[in-house]
Design a protein. Structure first.
Length: 164
């Protein structure tokens, strides 16, 4: 596995990202877009997980936003800062902003917004309604690591399947 020098993606990170991919698959099976996310505490325990739920008509039902909302209700500010959010795709601007506003910690994403944008262009699919900005452009103080090479092709296949 090869990562940029500033990234510190561990085997545990990859395991959590794989759970996000499973959640993304569940989302596709339910008729939603392929996104899944997991919130993990400093000890590595999974605290909360969700999948995309936009198929019901609310385009804001992203799992990353669900994590931010859950964290505000269930964790202290210090505990939120010590978490890691794992996700199948780099946060959209809405989710990156929510993540920053509630003070969540590190983010590890399976595929980047740039990768997804490229795939959608390749498939002549409609673009997202918001700019595909990197997390740290929206929220410069956040730490975000990704993509995770081990799952990129699986995620590409899930996005392709969701378009059908």
């Amino acid at each position: 596995m090869t990562y940029a020098a500033d990234m510190a993606i561990s085997d545990d990170d990859v395991d959590h990202v794989r759970r996000c991919v499973e959640l993304a698959r569940e989302a596709v099976d339910a008729g939603d877009e392929p996104f899944g996310s997991v919130l993990v505490d400093a000890a590595g325990r999974r605290l909360f997980e969700d999948r995309n739920r936009v198929g019901g008509g609310d385009p804001t039902r992203h799992p990353e936003l669900a994590i931010a909302l859950w964290a505000v209700e269930n964790l202290t500010p210090d505990d939120r800062a010590d978490t890691t959010t794992y996700t199948s795709g780099e946060h959209c601007p809405m989710c990156a902003a929510a993540h920053a506003w509630v003070g969540l910690g590190r983010i590890v994403y399976a595929v980047s917004a740039a990768q997804l944008t490229g795939w959608l262009r390749e498939w002549d699919a409609p673009a997202a309604p918001v700019a595909p900005l990197p997390i740290t452009t929206v929220a410069p103080g956040l730490v975000a690591d990704g993509p995770v090479d081990e799952v990129v092709e699986t995620m590409k296949a899930l996005h392709r399947a969701a378009l059908r």
